[in-house]
Design a binder for this molecule. Structure first.
Ligand code: FES
Ligand SMILES: [Fe+2]
Length: 448
């Protein structure tokens, strides 16, 4: 794991900022949906208790719709992806050209996992004794069938799990009586009409087992409050404390503005500086940036992003708004999926408990790029990092790798500190950490 190395100047700036936050209370605190969340602490045991983990498996993971893969991961009949969550495992397979099915990943003979990772197959065959099922889950073959008098074909179909798709994402639900995915998503289909993520492709997929509970890792990305201490280099071009937070039924949203200066730094002396810093974050040398006097600097930064996307992918973004080109627009889909539908920051984060150990989780990071005209590039295969590797060891993540390493540098300390605390719960800010509070309240409802 990396630790940040700040220069002395940077450290002094951070110290100064940390002591001089004089902003007035923002009016958004009066929003009813936020006020109704209350101010209670969150008990710390829920982040490391094995009993709580077991409760989550029974009452949450076996009951909710959850994002398992993208449709472009399984474009052809016989393509499959294994989706693991806690000790549960699911095979998501394209069984017909227009049909995706999901099955419990466990052989009906003696229980061996039928598939691992992702791949292509003509049938689902167990590696132990060779029991075989067709892609639609019907029993196809048992070696020495005469020795299994008690086995009837119909009773030995692979048990199925519900599947539904939305915006190119494949969701699964273990609960046969669950509500439809459409109803589960509440107001999000309306919000996403303009985004059309089914017209994107997975350009990057990196995953790693992280040393913290899944809720700890998730919480690190539900707010921009940590930018000041964890990503101080971003203050030059991120409106961290000016971010907007919205609470919906089960889900929520944050909009983190880019190409503006953090309010912690006051008014920029050079009004073009935040836009220049945002452009530099995209890997463009500041020497090449000449912002015309007559142009609003933020609009110029958005235009540069349009040109970058056009050069890299030949995609025309002239009709895409500045906020979609620049800002971190992140929708949180309960319980563990964060999707950024903008074009400039097209990230997808997924957080999953790993096995039965509440102290670790799997984090998936995807970049969904717009489809180049007339092309369907293959989806990136999952690049698994070892626990010793850093996110910045995945070159396909570009500058994002370093940002993720900064976030990761807190996680082990957070997980350990939660166990070592003399205080029964964690304290959340009322606006900037409202998404975390909201998430815990929805989680509570499922578990009780
Ligand atoms: S355990 Fe699968 S065929 Fe024996
Ligand atoms: Fe972060």
């Amino acid at each position: 794991m990396t630790t940040k190395n700040f220069t002395r100047d940077e450290m002094e700036t951070v110290q100064e900022i940390l002591q001089t936050d004089t902003r007035a209370v923002p009016p958004v605190l009066k929003q009813e949906s936020i006020k109704n969340l209350g101010t209670a602490d969150i008990p710390r045991e829920i982040f490391f208790s094995p009993e709580y983990h077991n409760l989550e498996v029974e009452k949450l993971w076996k009951k909710v719709w959850q994002w398992a893969c993208r449709e472009e991961n399984i474009p052809n009949v016989g393509d499959y992806v294994v989706y693991d969550i806690a000790d549960l495992s699911v095979i998501v397979v394209r069984s017909k050209a227009d049909k995706i099915q999901a099955f419990y990943n466990s052989c009906l003979h003696r229980g061996t996992q039928l598939c691992v990772n992702e791949g292509h197959t003509l049938a689902l065959q167990c590696p132990f004794h060779g029991w075989t099922w067709k892609l639609d889950g019907t029993l196809a073959h048992i070696p020495c069938r005469w020795d299994f008098e008690q086995v009837e074909d119909e009773a030995f179909r692979l048990p199925e799990i519900k599947v539904a798709t939305w915006q190119g994402f494949v969701f699964i639900n273990f609960d046969p009586d669950c509500e439809s995915l459409e109803s589960y998503l509440e107001n999000l289909p309306e919000h996403f009409q303009q985004f059309a993520l089914q017209e994107r492709f997975t350009a990057v997929h990196v995953a790693k087992v992280m040393p913290a509970n899944w809720k700890v890792a998730l919480g690190a990305n539900l707010e921009a409050y940590h930018v000041i201490a964890t990503h101080p280099e971003g203050l030059k071009f991120l409106g961290d404390a000016n971010s907007q937070y919205d609470i919906y039924g089960r889900h929520n949203r944050m909009i983190l503005p880019f190409a503006v200066q953090s309010p912690h730094l006051g008014i920029p002396r050079d009004p073009q500086a935040p836009a220049k810093a945002a452009i530099e974050y995209q890997g463009i040398s500041p020497a090449k940036v000449q912002i015309p006097e007559e142009m609003v600097p933020r609009a110029y930064a958005a235009e540069v992003t349009r040109q970058v996307v056009n050069q890299r992918l030949r995609v025309d973004c002239s009709a895409v708004s500045d906020t979609e080109m620049l800002d971190g627009i992140s929708y949180f889909i309960f319980p563990n999926f964060m999707t950024f539908p903008g074009v400039g920051q097209p990230l997808q984060f997924l957080y999953r408990p790993y096995g039965a150990n509440p102290d670790v989780c799997i984090m998936d990071v995807l970049i969904l790029q717009p489809l180049p005209p007339g092309m369907t590039p293959p989806a990136a295969k999952t690049h698994w990092l070892t626990p010793e590797q850093n996110w910045s060891d995945a070159p396909e993540l570009g500058g994002l790798g370093l940002v993720l390493d900064e976030d990761a540098s807190n996680l082990l300390r957070l997980q350990k500190g939660l166990k070592a605390s003399a205080k029964p719960g964690i304290t959340l800010s009322n606006y900037q950490e409202s998404r975390i509070r909201h998430f815990h309240q929805v989680l509570d409802k499922y578990l009780s």
